[in-house]
Design a binder for this molecule. Structure first.
Ligand SMILES: NC(=O)C1=CN([C@@H]2O[C@H](COP(=O)(O)OP(=O)(O)OC[C@H]3O[C@@H](n4cnc5c(N)ncnc54)[C@H](O)[C@@H]3O)[C@@H](O)[C@H]2O)C=CC1
Ligand SMILES: O=C(O)C(=O)Cc1ccc(O)cc1
Length: 342
């Protein structure tokens, strides 16, 4: 927002956090002189209602919004506090990091990502417009939803997957080092969000327990059936083994059918990018040089993945590009001395 010319005033109950964010260029940690246009409350879900009630009673802004990962609970808490909700809109940007705090923030975090808005019939139009302006400034894509429908949707696409990621990662806690050092990209993808702060997630899950429990119970049924199928695969009986194989194939095929529904970049239909894999030494500046050389070759990089080889000072950078740009990028990088993996 600050880089787009918006005056941003930062406040936090830990002044050190606001100071750090201000030092990173996010705004100023000085209080505004008068009423501001929009007050954005970005505190843990359990503190959203009380924080909003405080700022709304002090009349600090024309409009108020929060960004908490759950929407039904905070609204009901505010209603119970007897606050006039017309200048408030509940929102949720569907993008984040597994790390919290100002040092984990990036200016482009919300670019191209859905940002859910949950206005009601009573929401002030001016406040809805202010929220839409905020979403546009962050280059996110506004999606209007009912608060409870939002909570059921995020249980499916965020809260249940978070717990499953934690459960997979938990298997590694006491595993042998010889096994853990074989970790590749697959397990990194599945466990990335398990690194998140448990305190924030206890808050999020406490505010949405029912829908998450329903989904996890469906996952438990799949798990039971898959264990039965795998046990059948161990049988000496041919027919039983065939039954087991069919059971395992079933869950893998249903996984394929679900996976292709995951939207690609900018919420559009998934694009099949081509991977150009470059072998790099683990030295400072290597990534910046690759990106600069890709730019020289006139190729837009759509996404990047980095795979570190265990115990080696080397890594594999996978550059994802439009299929028609892949040969140009490969040739351009080879010309500049990069080692391309087929
Ligand atoms: N981290 C993520 O990926 C996403 C988080 N959210 C939501 O955004 C909100 C903030 O999360 P993060 O920025 O990740 O957490 P964070 O921990 O980085 O920031 C929360 C800040 O709130 C401050 N705080 C706590 N209680 C307060 C109070 N009563 N008054 C004033 N400040 C208070 C804390 O000192 C902290 O600096 C949460 O509601 C979360 O559900 C939404 C989308 C993504
Ligand atoms: O790290 C990721 O990919 C996330 O999806 C993080 C995230 C965490 C909480 C949210 O409410 C929304 C997004």
């Amino acid at each position: 927002l600050a880089s787009r010319g918006v005056a941003v005033h930062l406040a936090d109950h830990d002044p050190g956090q606001a100071r750090t964010a201000a030092a990173l260029g996010a705004g100023t940690d000085e209080a505004p002189e008068g009423r501001v246009d929009l007050c954005v409350v970005a505190v843990p879900p359990a503190h959203v209602a009380a924080t909003l009630a405080d700022v709304m009673r002090r009349d600090v802004a024309r409009g108020y919004l929060d960004v908490a990962s759950v929407k039904g609970g905070p609204r009901r808490e505010l209603e119970a506090l007897g606050i006039d909700l017309t200048p408030y809109i509940g929102t949720h940007p569907m993008s984040g990091r597994e790390r919290s705090g100002p040092l984990a923030a990036t200016a482009d975090l919300f670019e191209g990502r859905p940002w859910v808005l949950t206005p009601t019939r009573d929401t002030d139009t001016e406040v809805l417009n202010l929220a839409l302006e905020l979403v546009a400034l962050c280059r996110a894509v506004p999606v209007v939803m009912d608060a409870d429908a939002h909570d059921r949707a995020v249980a499916l696409v965020s809260h249940m997957p978070h717990l499953v990621s934690s459960m997979v990662a938990a298997r590694l806690e006491n595993a042998e080092e010889t096994a853990v050092r074989l970790c590749g990209q697959g397990i990194r993808d599945v466990t990335r969000i398990a690194a998140s702060d448990p305190r924030m997630w206890i808050d999020i899950l406490s505010a949405n327990p029912g829908p998450v429990a329903d989904l996890l119970s469906a996952v438990a049924t799949d798990l039971d059936e898959t264990v039965t199928a795998l046990r059948a695969l161990q049988s000496a009986d041919d027919a039983k083994r065939r039954e087991g194989a069919a059971g395992v194939e079933g869950v893998l095929r249903r996984g394929n059918a679900g996976q292709i529904r995951v939207p690609g970049k900018h919420g559009a239909a998934p694009t099949a990018y081509e991977v150009v894999a470059v072998l790099i030494d683990d030295q400072p500046g290597q990534l910046a040089r690759i990106f600069a050389d890709a730019e020289r070759a006139g190729v837009n990089i759509e996404d990047v993945r980095i795979e570190h080889a265990t115990g080696q000072q080397a890594g594999l950078v996978q550059l994802l590009v439009e299929p028609k740009a892949a040969p140009t990028l490969t040739a351009g990088l080879r010309e500049r001395g990069w080692s391309i993996r087929q």
